[in-house]
Every structure is written in C-alpha cells, then in structure tokens.
Design a protein around this ligand. Structure first.
Ligand SMILES: Cc1cc2nc3c(=O)[nH]c(=O)nc-3n(C[C@H](O)[C@H](O)[C@H](O)COP(=O)(O)O)c2cc1C
Length: 399
C-alpha cells in the first residue's frame, strides 16, 4: 500500500523515538519514499544524522534553519506527502495536533497537512490516561485521523501499563488495515471465516488431522478486514498468529467448528468455509493413552462428522455462503456438484495435486464458481492476492 508513496515521518521526543529508525526502514523496504521531520526533543533521543542516513534524505528539524533559502520547507513537505505518520507521538505533539498549534517544524507541517495522518502515541500510562490527553486523542479521531492504540507491557519506568509504542511492523500492518478499511466495500458487513485443519482425537496424545496450514483462511480474514468488514475467524489448528483487527476463535474438532459456525450464522452476512474439515472422527476416543497391541494391529472405528457447509446451506437465509473444494481429480465437476448440492452461493475450487497449489504453500491457483456464471479461472498467485480477489468478487455480488 505504501509502495512508491511519499511518506512524511514525524518523530517527536519520547523514549520510544529510537523505534522510528526501524519504522523508517520498514517503510523503505515497502519501497516508500520517506522524509523525516523531528522535534527538538526528538533529537535528544535519536540523531537526525541516523534518520538522514536511513532515509537518504535531509531531515527537517528547524523552521528557520537556513534564512537564505527562499523555499518554505514546512509547506512543501506537507504538500509532498501522500501520508503523514507521527511515530512516536508525545502527549505534547498530540495536544498540538488536536488544537492546531504550529510552533516548530513538526507541528507546522502537521498544521499544513491535507493528507491522511496516522499517529502512534507512546508515553507513561499516567500521562496516557490523563483526561486532557484522552480528549485530545478523541478530537483527533473525530477529525478523521488515525490513532494507533499504544500497547500494554513494560514501560521505561520499570512497571507495566498501557503506553508502549507498538512494534514498528504492527504499526505498519495496522495502518495499512485501517487505511484500506476506510475505502472498503464491506463496511457494516459481518464476515465469518473458518480456517485450518480440524483435529479429531484418538486418545489424549494422538489425533487425526490433515495438511491444511490455515494460510488461505487467514488471508481471507485479512482481506475481509481490509474491506472494512467485521470479521470473525474460527480457526482450527495452524501455526499462524491471529490476524490484526480480526476476532479469532480457536477450536479443535469438526464438531467444535460446526457449533461455532452454526452459532455465528444468524448474525453473519457472509460465511466462508475455508477450513479443511475431517469427514470422519474416532467414534470413541480413548480416555487414556492407547498401548501397543499384542496382535500387532489396531482398529479404529470412524464415524461421519457433520457436513458443515451443507448444514449452513440448509439453515441460511440472506447470508452469502462460500465453500472451498480441494480436489486431486475432476475438479470442476466435483466443485459444480458441491455448489448446487450444498446450496452454496460461491465455490472456490483448487486442484491440490498441482505444484504450488493449496495445502501449506504460500501460493494458490483457484477457479471461482458461482451460480449462473461461467467459472472464473485465476492465475497462480500468493494467497493474500487470491483472497483479495475472492473478497472483491463477493463484495461486487452482494452490493
Ligand atoms: C527521558 C525522557 C523520556 C520521555 N519520554 C516521553 C514519552 O515517552 N512520551 C511523551 O509523551 N513524553 C515523553 N517525555 C517528555 C517530552 O520529551 C516532552 O513533553 C517534550 O516537550 C516533548 O516535545 P515534542 O512533543 O516537541 O517532541 C520524555 C522526557 C524525558 C526527559
């Protein structure tokens, strides 16, 4: 989102100012063009030289630095920006932003801005909870700017509380999410997505599962959140971290998943079944760990699990229902049959026998089937790009 964009990074004078260096580097890694403006206090914590070398640009610190220069720096910097970040934002600069005070280079650039502003407050918890600071933050949000909540954790004062600057990668991810959401096409929609592979216990230490990594479902959750949706992710096993801005519920078995999805159905607008659900479970999982059998054989009795997509298809009213079909042969035929039989509105089919497609890979190649439309074949691409195309298609159909 920030690739080839002009970013003004304003650094104010808090103890977390050193993290602005990492943040600048991340932006540059995203191929953004970065210019840094620092308050006088910020230069007590990190040198302008560091920021200049990292960004390969001069750093603006003084409104009146060069009296012979006819150029008005604070205006040209504000005009140049596609986005302005304040990382970290002190209580002081927050007060200036909220009240339009312009008494140094940083606050004057801010007063002259006309592009989206994202600020990341960081301070001692008592300062953060101060009524004046909270009122100023509320005013900044009410003016349409973005405030990233400080994180909880160990503060510079040696005790824990809310006030820490979030990690630079989280500031970047959260900013992208919120900026996307502001332009999103799924505002006010509740999207429920299942992901990962279900786990069916054999005994307390063993289970039956499948190769699903959860990557596709997690990418869908991220893509739905980017479009401004309220997203609930019902996640079976995966090693992935919970996506930012998404309510994630962790479950184990197909029965747990069925319970969560059925409970979520009435309040959902869009239901996406991307989890790989075990068709069968052990009829009676052993209470204690199974010992080796003297016969040299172990027979497990399996019983069928609920068909969650079919359950949702039978129960749904206005909800838009999306299923996934991972097949190794006769892909489109199976997917078409599944679309109709399960009463789904969209079926995303992938041939998991192909290289780089489906389970565990970061890429996927899918065909989207909808009722009364020609199948849409998407090229092989990373799972987030696939997810964005799927959410785009859903938003077109339901809006
Ligand atoms: C060691 C030290 C650490 C500080 N850390 C913070 C901080 O994390 N957050 C904050 O709002 N102010 C902090 N301050 C206070 C600010 O530096 C002070 O309010 C200053 O006026 C801010 O100026 P600026 O907003 O122009 O950068 C700290 C001050 C000192 C001396």
């Amino acid at each position: 989102m920030f690739s080839e964009k002009n970013i003004v990074l304003i650094v104010s004078g808090g103890i977390a100012a050193y993290k602005a260096a990492t943040f600048a580097r991340l932006l540059i890694k995203e191929k953004a063009h970065v210019k840094v403006v620092m308050t006088k206090s910020a230069t007590e914590f990190i040198t302008p030289k560091t920021m200049a070398v990292l960004t390969n640009e001069p750093v603006l610190t003084d409104l009146f630095a060069d009296p012979t220069d006819a150029k008005i720096d604070h205006i040209s910097v504000a005009d140049w920006a596609d986005y302005i970040f304040v990382v970290p934002a002190t209580a002081n600069i927050i007060a200036k932003i909220a009240n339009g005070i312009a008494d140094d280079a940083a606050s004057t650039v801010l007063a002259a801005r006309h592009t989206p502003l994202i600020i990341a407050p960081a301070m001692n918890e008592n300062m953060y909870r101060q009524k004046a600071v909270q009122k100023n933050l509320q005013n900044i949000v009410a003016d349409g700017d973005i405030v990233i909540q400080p994180a909880e954790g160990l503060l510079a004062e040696g005790y824990s509380g809310q006030g820490r600057l979030p990690e630079p990668a989280d500031i970047l991810a959260y900013s992208e999410l919120v900026l996307h959401q502001k332009q999103g096409r799924l505002q006010n929609k509740h999207v429920v997505i299942s992901a990962g592979g279900t786990v069916e216990p054999i005994d307390p230490v063993r289970y039956i599962s499948n190769r699903s990594s959860g990557k596709m479902g997690y990418a869908l959750a991220k893509a739905a959140a980017e479009q401004g949706a309220q997203v609930t992710l019902v996640s079976a096993t995966t090693t992935l971290s919970d996506p930012i801005g998404v309510k994630t519920i962790h479950i184990q078995s197909a029965q747990d998943l069925s319970d969560q999805m059925m409970a979520a159905l009435p309040a959902a607008d869009i239901m996406i079944m991307a989890a790989a659900v075990s068709d069968y479970r052990i009829s009676e999982p052993a209470v204690n760990k199974l010992k080796k059998q003297t016969s040299g054989q172990l027979t497990l009795t399996l019983v069928e699990n609920p068909d969650i997509l079919a359950q949702l298809g039978a129960m749904k009213k206005e909800q838009y229902l999306v299923g996934f079909a991972a097949e190794t042969q006769n892909l489109l035929e199976y997917a078409q049959t599944k679309l109709v039989k399960k009463n789904a509105d969209m079926l995303v089919a992938n041939d998991v026998s192909k290289q780089q497609v489906g389970f565990g890979y970061d890429t996927n190649q899918v065909t989207i089937l909808t009722k009364n439309q020609e199948p849409q074949v998407l090229p092989l691409q990373d799972k987030l790009s696939v997810a964005r195309k799927i959410m785009q298609k859903i938003s077109e159909v339901i809006n």
